[in-house]
Design a protein around this ligand. Structure first.
Ligand SMILES: Nc1ncnc2c1ncn2[C@@H]1O[C@H](COP(=O)(O)OP(=O)(O)OP(=O)(O)O)[C@@H](O)[C@H]1O
Ligand SMILES: [Mg+2]
Length: 313
């Protein structure tokens, strides 16, 4: 990784007595799309809010371009673009007026403001709708405008909080292409999502978070490779799952076996071999499977293995 533009060290944040972020550390480089993947309430939005200086962490360090962003938020803000999970647009105003509003907040005015607004309208393909009130826009168009609002002041770091929720496939692909282009232009992009396949396709590195903690951090490919050939999720009667039945011990094709909430999770090296062995063992012990799922190695199986949870789908 080249020199990071953003470094987070041991970030902590509680609401009331509740820990929302619990010791997150990572670094993001220019020209990188860094994904935060986690279920509802994992702490993704809270993390982005702290990194983008919306509010400070209870503890921990944030360094942006060599500047301590907790002590000197005003110095780093001009370089940050934030696209919030909840839309932050004025429905009665046109696209152009919305963008001009955000541009002015960031200190742009006059000809420079006009040029930037036109440029980002082009970028998100909304130039021909520039005068129309935002309330007349489709979900996808509104999301694109939301993205444009975070870009109007030419930031070097872009925070995208679930930018594709409620977006049709065409606008989603548009957003993807655009985010990639910004990456290639050298922006550092932090991207939160709970869409596995989106993160797998788009992100250069992924941090998997749950309950405010970092569970894994690597490229999607490396995380997936670490899975062997996949995961078998096997439903068995409680008697077979009881520790004294030593059911999993008899399965040699499983690299690791864990029991969670009445299901046996088998990490397998060879899928065929594991399935044959599993069925043979069931027959031998006269045990009937109650369910069986095969998860090809993917971020979803990585996630399931790490947390025992499925993401929303
Ligand atoms: N303003 C707040 N006041 C109290 N608790 C909050 C507040 N914002 C978030 N939380 C709690 O902090 C935890 C983390 O929330 P956060 O919104 O950061 O998660 P998230 O990963 O973005 O979830 P989602 O996928 O639903 O957007 C959750 O338990 C949430 O209920
Ligand atoms: Mg969120």
């Amino acid at each position: 990784m080249s020199t990071p533009i953003l470094e987070a060290e041991d970030l902590q944040k509680s609401y009331g007595g509740r820990r929302a972020v619990d010791g997150l550390s990572f670094a993001v480089a220019p020209g990188e799309i860094f994904g935060l993947l986690g279920p509802n309430g994992a702490g993704k939005s809270t993390t982005l809010a702290m990194l983008s200086t919306l509010f400070p962490p209870d503890a921990g360090r944030i360094v942006i371009d060599g500047v301590d962003a907790v002590r000197e938020p005003n110095r780093v803000r001009p370089g940050l673009g934030f696209v919030p999970q909840e839309l932050a647009l004025y429905p009665a105003l046109g696209a152009r007026d919305n963008l001009a509003f955000f541009g002015r907040i960031y200190g742009l005015h006059g000809r420079a403001l006009e040029q930037r607004v036109d440029a980002v309208l082009d970028v998100v393909g909304l130039r021909d709708r520039a005068a129309d009130p935002v309330r007349t826009f489709s979900g996808g168009m509104t999301r694109r405008l939301n993205l444009a609002a975070g870009l109007v002041h030419s930031p070097r770091i872009l925070f995208l909080d679930e930018p594709t929720v409620g977006v049709d496939p065409q606008s989603r692909n548009f957003i993807f292409d655009h985010v990639r282009r910004l990456r290639d232009e050298g922006l550092a992009i932090l991207y939160t999502s709970h869409y596995m396949e989106e993160v797998e396709r788009l992100c250069d590195r992924v941090a998997i978070v749950d309950e405010g903690r970092l569970l894994a951090l690597d490229t999607p490919q490396a995380l997936i490779r670490g899975q062997g050939q996949g995961l078998l999720v096997v439903g068995l009667p409680p008697s077979a799952l009881a520790p004294e039945a030593r059911f999993a011990d008899a399965l040699h094709a499983a690299a690791r076996a864990t029991v969670r909430e009445g299901l046996l999770y088998l990490e397998v090296r060879d899928l065929n071999e594991a399935l044959l062995e599993l069925l043979a063992l069931c027959k031998e012990r006269n045990v009937a499977l109650t369910s069986l799922r095969v998860l090809e190695p993917s971020l979803e199986s990585v996630f399931l293995k790490l947390t025992g949870k499925r993401l929303r789908d």
